[in-house]
Design a protein around this ligand. Sequence first.
Ligand code: GDP
Ligand code: IMO
Ligand code: MG
Length: 436
Amino acid sequence: MPANVICGLQWGDEGKGKVTDLLSADVSLVVRYQGGDNAGHTVVIGDETFKLHLVPSGALHPHIQPIIGPGVVVNPGTLLEEIAKLEARGVVMDKLRVSAAAHVIMPYHVALDGAREAAAGAGMIGTTKRGIGPAYGDRAWRVGIRMGDLLDADLLRDRLKAALAEKNVLLERAYGLPAFEFEPLFSDALSWGQRLAPLITDTTRIVQDALRRDELVLLEGAQGTLLDLDHGTYPYVTSSNPVAGGACTGGGVGPLQISQVIGVLKAYSTRVGAGPLPTELFDEVGAHLVEAGHEFGTTTGRRRRCGWLDFLPLRHAVEVNSVSNIVLNKLDILSGLPEVKVCVGYRVDGKLIEEWPSSAAVLERAEPVYDTYEGWMQDLRPCRSIDELPTAARRYVAAIESRAGVPITHISVGPERTQTIAVNGEPLIAATGGER
Ligand code: GDP
Ligand code: IMO
Ligand code: MG
């Protein structure tokens, strides 16, 4: 079965956008399976840079049908803006489809996200304030509004009235914020529905029909494993499942329809927002990673926290995603450092831990234990084959591969599409191994 999943193995921003764009050359459908406009996926083609939030990163290829799956939460206003911006740059968006089952991020979700963060003080999560958590919360509480509901005025009126009655109490009483008036919100929601109507459909049917025709389908994750609601550093996580399993529920495929899981790994660690990052660096090496790696959020512009690569969550991520092969990104950013470290264990309360503990409280107390590798000075950006990499860089890659226990099939040495090394000289899609 030719479905392939791309997922992040760290705290997001691993470079999933670049990898999805690369793989898209040979597939027909790219499906976003979770998250919302909290995501920021960058694709660089020549001297053009595209930053995608809700629209799948494969959309820049004219042959691709981009799909926003049922597991995504959609802010209709930002989706319409994103479509308009892409169209203004010549990207044809006619084939984009949005699942009728995807939940709508309403303005009260955005207000509640911001209000709770502000009220939490030191306990804040550092969310993107896009209303992601409240929208997924309503989905689980079965009081959400789905994209399909925007097309049925009577249903929408009933659901919105019921939702607003509760949300307004929360906004006014718990957070001292103004209530939302029903009529303007209802009218906005109807107008989103009218404008997006041609896109809203049963996307699971489209995906399943493509799989039946043996077409290659790519399922694109947002965020990363360590931000996963169940497998990440709870509560410092997002409210959905970026892990490969999320591609089934959120994309509309069954587990046995997936032939390959491509894990995207950055050559060092980054994290945006609060929560434990055991290998975080506060010295000049950390500053180098921020500057050289341009580690500022694609969506919020926030400075990303940076640190050395951590082997403990890597193993965890390979396991919970059943990763088949890894694309290692941003190896070029480590050039110029005299030595490169990787975390191989934590000291917690005087004890050595070598397995990922998952508890945020334990991770907050973890002191990293490092292995040190020789660094390299060479600029890696011109390298196009593994033999062109300096020996020290190859040693570093080999150490990662050995710890991960799965092959690193591709290495990225720059943001641009072509700045990629196929380790065995095979095109990226060959690594997916799906039936063609
Ligand atoms: P995503 O959220 O996983 O899609 O990642 P982002 O797009 O938020 O962040 C990754 C950033 O690194 C983007 O600015 C990419 O253009 C850039 N990038 C991706 N791969 C490489 C690489 O191998 N080298 C360098 N220097 N930049 C890269
Ligand atoms: P991509 O897809 C990095 C982080 C936020 C915050 C936590 C919860 O570009 O990798 P949320 O708004 O989702 O409720 O915030 O998750 N976060 C991301 N960090 N990359 C992302 O997406 C992220 N999406 C959310 O910073 O810590
Ligand atoms: Mg990003």
